[in-house]
Design a binder for this molecule. Sequence first.
Ligand SMILES: [Mg+2]
Length: 438
Amino acid sequence: MAEHDTRIWPPTEDTLPLGLGPAEWAASPTEDSATQRQPGLLLVDDDPFMLGMQSRMLRSMGYSKIGTAGSAEAALALVLAGRAAVDVVVCDLNMPDVDGIEFLRRLGDSGFAGNVILLSGEGPRIIHAVQKLLAGRRLRILGALEKPAGRAALRALLDRWHPLAPAQATDEARVPACTADELHAARQGEQWVLHYQPKVDLQTGALTGTEALLRWNHPEHGLVYPDRFIGLAEDCGAIDALTGWVLGAALAQLSRWHQQGLLIQMAVNVSMENLRAPCFARKVGALVRHSCLSPQDLTLEVTESRVMALAPEPLETLVRLRMQRFGLSIDDFGTGHSSLAQLRDVPFTELKIDRGFVHGARQNPLIRPMLEGSIGMAQRLGLQTVAEGVETEDDWALLRELGCDIAQGFFIGQPMPGEQLHAWLTDWQARRPRESAT
Ligand SMILES: [Mg+2]
């Protein structure tokens, strides 16, 4: 086969004769439409017995686009040559010479933007650490399994594969970092928009409030998310004006909802930089009064994006906000700098558990104890608990069992423009889990 051959699937028998190349491919001779929708699988393992066993098992499960490679080098050569459409790499972590970690790093560096399933006999902590190592790369980790992987577990992970997923990830990655000039232009051009994500009571299913989430409606890149520009706004001194705009817009929306009879709360994210300004607590109090709302209607979610000891100024602002009866939430608890020390020193009213400790916790022996521990600790401290990243009904059910108060996540509703909240609420009331009767 010529190097520039762009044929993707299946390789014909004469180009990759079984048993002769560094990697072996076996495809069904004719492809029906069901086969075309299947992912092309590449099994990578140094143990020929394991390769044969996995390959037979996958074929018996109905997968027919299966290739095998007995070493990382063979697998890389095959993927980089582009001689077959590899959608999912099923990779053993423990291989001699080039191990699974190095293999996947090189695979990611090569521009391969497919999916990966990790197999290892190393136990859940190592597997979890490797998943984290790979998370920042273009590779999409479908999941990890302990060896030998069973049929049902493998099937569940392969069902997560979707042909369009890598392309979407690539588009996201293509949005460049923003510049201070663009940030200034955005302010002039009124390119900021707020989306609102519902927060729901886990016992009753009732809507309790929304979190206002800032988006930048960029003229070229479409909606840009805050992780792309908040750090920059902090660095160039634009964060106070930005947060001021968010507070004003969010309170105006809340005021409209209250006038319509929707008596819910609003949560707004503030950074530690905002809290350094000595007039911040007074300004927020004035804004709330101007909107004919009360401080109890507003919760400020405090995040810290950089290493900074809790200085006197932010602490003073937080205490003054609390004395006015605003809600104070420690956001993304368990990650970054949202630490036990902050929880001890600041009069928070709410603990918001990061999504990384929520989604999939029932099956995950590492994060479940951390979720249980966080909820238990918050309860004993008298704090309301909010779980982010509730993506499935199973996440919802576990949080109910554990006594968490409020849920937020895609299972309930995505962030949406304010005018869509009523339609979402009608839909949610029809589909919310049945055990949460009001
Ligand atoms: Mg938040």
